[in-house]
Design a protein around this ligand. Structure first.
Ligand code: SF4
Length: 360
């Protein structure tokens, strides 16, 4: 029996205090405006994973089973559920012979193996940038190195990467963990990281690791992905100018939670994370002239537009877009799905990722 991933229901629209009430509670000096971060929202890996489930539903029909949330966003998951996707926690909840999609966060070899044992047809929607980290883990483990994996214990991506070489990997949860690490050979260590960490915190962890283990080897390139770095870069520009920063993103979205932390660290007077506009508390606008807005890499733009609409209702109609990077990365859809689309004559829809679909 499959168990859908538990999801909070959308918040019910509530009665809000009026803009006049907010203005008289704490008058705002100077013009009100919004600083809108760019880049924000969907990254190429998330867009690809969501398209993969949509195309699987279109070409295989419902139900399409998905292990874990395809991406960490409630709105996206609920929308796909309404179209026939069934989210499960583990492979053994999927009926034998069914179609199963692995989420963008990746899976360990043990999960792939248990899917094969249940004769499941699988589509692997793991982001290629997560797959890159898996490959590095395998390569370093084959060389006999011990891997210090910087990332959050319990996060699906970390579980998947850890599972590539569990005997040779130690998870380093935070800089504070470094002092108590026990390693086999301090001269045969390499570090890797989760793709969605705070860039600054990861650098601090690496620097503390290197103080303890001077011969620590670096991976060939940073594992924190372009989307995480770019979204943090944009909010770093905005935060010092903002009385309030609103990050749109779910509580289990690592990169969304990091955006809120980075905003607070870089000078925002207040930083809040919301799933959607209904969770924005109008009391935050008291005395607030400038509101920064951004969204995590798993957040569809429609949710940001709702927040901007609410802000406009409270007098924040002027929007300045703060652009700190351009993104044009595009990932092909998973190969198993591409083969099916080609066989079905849908080859012109084989691309996934940002830019491959109309805005919605
Ligand atoms: S946040 Fe980065 S690693 Fe994660 S899905 Fe997006 S591009 Fe891939």
């Amino acid at each position: 029996m499959s168990t859908p991933v538990a999801l909070a229901m959308p918040t019910v629209p509530r009665t809000r205090r009026s803009p006049d009430d907010i203005a008289s509670a704490a008058p705002v000096e100077g013009p009100k405006k919004v600083l809108l971060a760019s880049p924000r929202g969907y990254c190429a890996g998330v867009d690809r994973a969501v398209i993969a489930v949509e195309k699987a539903l279109e070409h295989y029909g419902a139900p399409v089973y998905v292990r874990k949330q395809i991406v960490h966003n409630k709105h996206v998951v609920e929308t796909l559920e309404s179209q026939g996707a069934v989210f499960v926690d583990e492979v053994d909840e999927v009926p034998e012979g069914s179609l199963l999609v692995f989420s963008a966060h990746g899976v360990s070899p043990a999960v792939v193996q248990s899917a094969a044992e249940r004769n499941l047809e699988t589509i692997d929607a793991t982001c290629p940038l997560v797959t890159k980290v898996h490959r590095e883990a395998v390569r370093f483990a084959k060389r006999g190195q011990q891997i210090l994996l910087i990332g959050h214990v319990g996060h699906e991506e970390v579980e998947g990467t850890f599972g590539e070489a569990p005997e040779q990997t130690i998870i380093v949860n935070s800089p504070a963990d470094v002092d108590t690490l026990e390693v086999e050979d301090p001269d045969n260590l390499v570090w890797l990281s989760q793709t969605t960490l705070s860039v600054d915190e990861a650098l601090e962890t690496v620097s503390r690791l290197r103080e303890r283990f001077p011969n620590l080897q670096d991976p060939p390139s940073d594992d924190i992905c372009y989307a995480t770095s770019n979204r943090q870069g944009a909010i770093k520009e905005i935060a010092p100018r903002a009385d309030l920063v609103i990050v749109v993103g779910s509580s289990n979205s690592s990169n969304s939670v990091r955006l809120k932390e980075v905003a607070a660290e870089y000078g925002a007077k207040r930083a809040e994370r919301v799933d959607n506009a209904n969770q924005v508390d109008e009391a935050w606008f008291e005395g607030t002239a400038t509101v920064g807005v951004t969204s995590g890499a798993s957040v569809p733009e429609v949710l940001v537009r709702d927040v901007l609409g609410l802000l406009a209702d409270y007098g924040y109609g002027e929007i300045e877009e703060v652009v700190t990077a351009e993104e044009d990365i595009l990932f092909s859809l998973p190969k198993e799905l591409r083969a099916r689309l080609t066989a079905d004559g849908d080859a012109d829809r084989n691309l996934g990722g940002r830019g491959a679909r109309p805005a919605r």
